[in-house]
Design a protein around this ligand. Structure first.
Ligand code: SF4
Ligand code: SF4
Length: 105
């Protein structure tokens, strides 16, 4: 579906021109990798952001959840993903409590 070339050494990446800021990918990520940032130029005033790529476990939930094909996950053969940690789970909880917006922004 994607026509984007996979960037090297990157677990998860986005196509901001497609993102409609629906938050779905952020809500399904178990590891606090994703969050929305404020962006006055975008449709809903927010834009998807990869905030902690080093925590990505490669579960593909974000890519499967996105209705607009705006987020992509590397192939397991091409990227060594992290393991899910308590710290990552706690961060995800805080991002969810923050209405899926970036923490500390
Ligand atoms: S692949 Fe999984 S862990 Fe990585 S950003 Fe997507 S939902 Fe989060
Ligand atoms: S699910 Fe897709 S459209 Fe929705 S915020 Fe994530 S990247 Fe953007």
């Amino acid at each position: 579906m994607s026509i984007m070339k996979a960037p090297e050494n990157t677990p998860v990446w986005t196509d901001e021109s497609r993102c409609k800021a629906c938050d779905l990918c952020v809500s399904v990520c178990p590891a606090g990798v994703l969050a929305m940032r404020y962006d006055a130029k975008s449709v809903l005033g927010a834009m998807i952001t990869v905030v902690h790529p080093e925590s990505c476990i490669g579960c593909n939930e974000c890519e499967l959840a996105c209705p607009d094909f705006a987020i992509f996950v590397a192939d397991k053969k091409e990227y060594k993903f992290a393991k899910l940690t308590d710290q990552a789970k706690e961060r995800q909880q805080k991002i969810a409590e923050n209405n899926y917006m970036m923490l500390g922004a």
